[in-house]
Write a protein that binds this ligand. Structure first.
Ligand code: AMP
Length: 538
């Protein structure tokens, strides 16, 4: 066979040649900007010319600090197709973490949205490697005078000549860089290669997977700074789907209106998005019948929410699971043909699992005794992966690499799981979140799921806290649904749990709060809750 390099330019070329008329719609604060793949491609080629003109070359790192919009999508392709590395920066990190990752990555150029530029301003003079900022804005928006040498994106494109993607790159060339949201210590970087993301795009497009196809209208709500936007931008252009980008700070109502107006078929994001969207859809009249599937990922989705979407709103939810280190998608919760006739309750239990590994990745689950666990849905162990889109190391971090990758070549996820007889993986907990009470394991995730099935509970987050008698015991933080704040009681919740979980799972305390603290990507932050609890604040 030929030695054909698996490069992202293949996806771009396929998109522009075969699907030139397909559409990209991008929400702005003024309305929806819309153009074709042909227009998109023309601008990408000019952006490549502009980057080359700025001296960006193979191996250089180019940062983006941007929303999910059409300019960000252009940069997603232009940077890797030059042989440079796209570093998507998480807008929600703290200033110290932002400065750390920009300096650790050695970003040479940063593309930044004009409305979020103020977030970088406080430490802009502490970024010695950044040679230039390019401000993502309309041409008429002047670049701030105090940002030395900054350029306006549209002016830059206007003055640049197009160049073609490099075809002489090796498929092993680094093309992307993303930092994990650290729970302690500094964020850890992961380098992606053309080959890895090419194969990841193919796998996500397979039917027994997310099944992204040309006939889809796909809307990634997951931020494009979160692990390659789950690979959707690359895969969508490769298969020729219409793309809808939700732009700056979309509210649940904005998202629902986009789905309705653009006839979106596939939408992907974290559970917090679906909580907001369910509320909007249950309280207002909107036509979301175009939706084929909602892809949930990033955190487990409560069964009750899956049921609400499926039964009351009429849209199926499918789970994907992954991590920054795994590009990210490694499992998808599609239902095997032989299981589709099961009673709804049983189907729901399967859908609430993280799913089956994708074609192309290997997994194993290692129990506390160091041996692989049996697939019986009961034994627990750490989930480990290897495969063509799994990282083999952390960027410039040999110590963390040693701790997270095994000597025989597997990546340790630190997620504790069971595997059932059919091979479906269920995350029981993150290693550090698992609670051991009186020598027995309590799954905080399972407990949260059960609590969130209570009709008066909007959000529930469970942590383990030190307990004199049991060693550790669970405590629950509860956000009551609108209308029940102040009236929902701990007795009500304890009695609800009594018939549903073992007695030692019932939390030692219930704290009613107005909000659960979230991480920079919108997951429950158990670390903040634990810190608060230990310092006496609830
Ligand atoms: P990140 O690297 O920020 O994407 O975080 C990865 C972690 O998110 C995983 O190790 C899991 O603990 C969690 N995660 C991702 N997807 C899911 C999912 N579908 N269900 C449960 N947890 C998930």
């Amino acid at each position: 066979m030929m030695e054909y390099p698996l490069l992202l330019s293949h996806l771009f070329n396929r998109g522009r040649k075969l699907f030139a008329k397909k559409q990209i719609a991008s929400r702005t604060l003024e309305g929806v900007f819309r153009y074709t793949y042909a227009d998109f491609a023309g601008r990408v080629l000019r952006l490549m010319g502009a980057l080359k003109g700025m001296g960006v070359k193979e191996g250089d790192v180019v940062g983006t600090f941007a929303w999910n919009d059409f300019r960000h999508l252009e940069i997603y392709f232009a940077v890797p197709m030059l042989g440079a590395i796209l570093h998507t920066i998480n807008l929600r990190l703290f200033p110290d973490q932002l400065a750390y990752i920009i300096n650790h990555a050695e970003d040479k150029v940063i593309f930044v949205g004009d409305d979020i530029l103020p977030l970088l301003k406080p430490f802009i003079d502490k970024l010695p490697n950044v040679e230039r900022f390019v401000v993502l804005a309309e041409k008429e928006n002047a670049v701030p005078e105090d940002l030395e040498g900054a350029l306006n994106y549209e002016t830059l494109l206007e003055t640049a000549g197009p160049i073609e993607p490099r075809q002489d790159l090796s498929e092993w060339t680094p093309c992307g860089l993303c930092y994990t949201t650290a729970t302690s210590g500094n964020p850890k970087g992961v380098i992606y290669t053309h080959r890895g993301l090419f194969l990841h795009s193919m796998a996500t497009g397979m039917v027994d997977s997310a099944g992204l196809s040309e006939s889809d209208v796909v809307m990634p709500v997951v931020p494009m700074f979160h692990v390659n936007g789950w690979g959707i931008p690359f895969a969508a252009v490769g298969v020729g789907a219409n793309i809808v980008l939700p732009g700056p700070k979309p509210t649940p109502k904005d998202l629902v209106e986009l789905i309705e107006a653009e006839r979106v078929t596939t939408v992907a994001g974290l559970p917090t998005v679906w909580v907001g969207m369910a509320d909007t859809l249950l309280n207002e009249r909107h036509d979301v019948s175009s939706l084929r599937v909602i892809v949930n990922g990033g955190a487990a989705i409560p069964k009750a929410l899956i049921e609400t979407f499926e039964k009351k709103i009429g849209v199926p939810i499918m789970q994907g699971y992954g991590m920054t280190e795994t590009s990210p998608i490694v499992t998808v919760g599609w239902i095997k043909s032989g299981l589709r006739e099961l009673p709804y309750d049983e189907l729901l239990s399967i859908k609430a699992k993280q799913g089956l590994p994708l074609f192309g990745v290997d997994f194993r689950v290692v129990g506390p005794d160091g041996k692989e666990i049996a697939w019986n849905g009961k034994e627990i162990g750490e989930l480990q992966f290897r495969g063509p889109w799994i990282a083999k190391e952390y960027f410039k971090d040999p110590e963390m690499t040693k701790a997270s990758f095994t000597a025989d070549g597997w990546f340790r996820t630190q997620d504790i799981v069971t595997v059932d007889e059919e091979g479906y993986i269920l995350i029981v907990d993150r290693e550090r979140d698992l609670i051991k009470s009186g020598g027995e394991w309590v799954s905080s995730l399972d407990l949260e799921n059960t609590l969130m099935a209570h009709p008066k509970v909007a959000e529930a987050c469970v942590i383990g806290v030190p307990d004199e008698k049991w060693g550790e015991c669970p405590v629950a933080y509860i956000v009551a649904r609108k209308g029940f704040q102040g009236s929902l009681t701990k007795e009500e919740l304890a009695s609800f749990l009594k018939d549903r979980v073992a007695s030692f799972w019932i939390p030692g305390a219930f704290y009613f709060v107005s909000e659960i603290p979230k991480t920079s990507v919108g997951k429950f932050s158990k670390r903040i809750l634990r810190d608060r609890y230990l310092s006496g604040i609830v």
